[in-house]
Design a protein around this ligand. Structure first.
Ligand code: MSP
Length: 517
């Protein structure tokens, strides 16, 4: 069985989960579920980033110890992912013992290989980014451009990692697909930005802190703790057993894709592979960064009061629709703007009007004309073939290429095709004139809707099963779906056996009133 290892960033515990974190995590879950359907043995990792100055400051402000804050917030993340039906395989916390051990093993290895040295350093540091900035990184007011806060001056003797010696290697690895250690940095525009920056040259980086106790002690000098970003990146190998489960580690590493937003692409495409190379570990295969979104044109922030939480999303749209909407409203890659209004609008068009309407009208007709059962039928079902053709063309590639809005578009085309076919057939007229043709048409509607259920599973895992039952399809949904993807053959007698009773009808996507704010 082929393996697939996909990761989200590990989220800082100074903030509670919001739609930004959910965006990346839902996307990762969709790819992971899709790959599982394609027969891959998938490991999907997420977790929380719990060390560093930012966490200490935030805990102090809340009158808690860092550990208390970490325990509380990492639990909130787990609850949010449960709520959104995120089927992760591992949840790593950087305060986990196996993680701390791995960080010490790796830093010791780098030290033994003389890739780490001590140096006095003075520089500007943004605690919110947890990174050093140079004068030219600051905005016109002398603040960090991302956080609009002035950096602090950081002056101490630290350990440095010889990042600069990896400069040429990294350029070739990212640029040259023939390089056996090629890292695909996507999308292309961002890869070019990374390459541009790499061509300006790399400086060595400080990888420890002398005056920060909330961190992992360096094994060769326990008076210093490991820099939070070095600590955090190592999660991708500690979680799959680098220090305690060699078999699992060897099975899944290297990661197939690290997913994140553009803010942290540099750490993942430059610093992380350099650490891996330094420690003689193969590098990851690819890194995909998506854009940042604003809410109603503004940066999401507690002060503005426009933060959308997973709970609010789910209360408004339900779990499965939230998953679908979050990743399909704007293209995954560039920056974009979202709002509850825009999400509601898409909900009504795609889900209430198109998919919801298909299910409710076919169920009502089955009830009216065939006692809620799949009618007896023999003949050619070209509708399902046409629906299959639409879905087989580009839907899977769109998911694997992180183009979720594109996958959703293809999916909507397939549903529209069935709805149009119903209009053309006019079953309500056939009921009076040609009941044999009526049965044939109805059978095709259910068959094609069952196929729709198979394809929508990664986006809407729970409703997909309901749609399957409402289409009168039977058998183990998961294994039938996997079999379908393995041979792309619709079973000879269809998914929906003749005479089978349809599942109990319920309105899946009630329309949402959208009023202008
Ligand atoms: N702890 C680091 C990551 C370490 S990974 C080894 C970190 N954490 S974070 O909590 O700030 O999460 C950043 C990530 O959250 C982004 O890369 C992105 O995946 C997601 N997003 C947070 N806000 C977002 C938006 N407004 N828009 C899109 N994604 C957002 O950085």
């Amino acid at each position: 069985m082929k393996k697939y290892y996909i990761t989200t960033p590990i989220y800082y515990v100074n903030d509670s989960p919001h739609i930004g974190h959910a965006y990346t995590t839902i996307a990762t879950d969709i790819v992971s579920r899709w790959k599982k359907l394609q027969g891959f043995d998938v490991f999907f990792l997420t977790g929380t980033d719990e060390h560093g100055a930012k966490i200490v400051q935030s805990a102090q402000a809340k009158g808690k110890t860092p550990k208390e804050l970490c325990d509380e917030t990492s639990q909130y993340f787990k609850e949010a992912w449960d709520l959104l039906n995120i089927d992760y395989s591992g949840f790593i916390r950087t305060t986990d013992e196996k993680h701390e051990k791995t960080v010490q093993l790796i830093t010791q290895k780098l030290y033994d290989k003389q890739l780490i040295y001590k140096k006095k350093y003075e520089g500007l540091y943004c605690v919110h980014c947890e990174k050093f900035l140079s004068e030219k990184d600051l905005d016109e007011t002398g603040c960090c451009p991302d956080h609009k806060k002035p950096p602090i001056t950081h002056c101490e003797e630290n350990y440095f990692f010889k990042l600069s010696i990896f400069n040429e290697k990294l350029i070739d690895m990212i640029e040259n697909p023939q390089n056996p250690n090629h890292i695909e940095v996507l999308p292309e525009t961002r890869r070019n930005e990374i390459l541009g920056k790499l061509r300006l040259g790399l400086e060595d980086i400080s990888i420890s802190r002398a005056n920060l106790q909330w961190g992992i002690p360096l094994p060769f000098d326990t008076t210093q703790t490991v820099y939070v970003w070095v600590d955090a990146l190592i999660n991708y190998i500690s979680a799959i057993g680098y220090s305690d489960d060699k078999n699992t580690f060897e099975k899944y590493w290297p990661a197939d894709v690290h997913l994140m937003a553009k803010d942290i692409l540099w750490f993942h495409s430059v610093i992380w592979p350099a650490i891996l190379m330094g420690a003689d570990i193969p590098v990851q295969k690819s890194v995909y960064s998506h854009g940042f979104f604003t809410i109603n044109g503004e940066k999401m922030s507690k002060t503005i009061g426009n933060v959308i939480t997973p709970k609010e999303l789910v209360e408004k749209f339900g779990v499965d629709a939230s998953r679908y909407l979050a990743v399909s409203l704007i293209p995954f890659g560039p920056d974009g703007d979202i709002s509850i209004q825009a999400l509601s609008h898409k909900y009504n068009i795609d889900l209430a009007n198109n998919l919801g309407n298909l299910i409710s009208r076919t169920n009502k007709m089955a009830e009216k004309y065939f006692e809620g059962k799949i009618p007896t039928y023999d003949g050619e079902d070209t509708l399902t073939k046409n629906v299959a053709e639409i879905l087989e063309n580009g839907y899977g590639q769109a998911i694997e290429g992180m183009q979720f809005h594109k996958a959703a578009e293809i999916f909507q085309q397939a549903i529209t095709l069935i709805n149009q076919q119903i209009e053309n057939d006019a079953p309500w007229k056939l009921a009076k004139t040609d009941t044999i043709k009526l049965a044939q048409c109805m059978f095709a509607y259910f068959q094609s809707t069952a196929l729709i259920a198979i394809y929508i599973t990664p986006f809407m895992p729970t409703l997909a099963k309901k749609i399957w039952a409402l289409a009168g399809a039977t058998g183990d949904f998961e294994s039938i779906s996997k079999k379908y993807f393995a041979d792309k053959l619709i079973p000879k007698d269809g998914f929906c056996p003749i005479g089978n009773k349809l599942g109990n009808f319920e309105i899946m996507f009630p329309r949402i009133e959208t009023e202008k704010k």
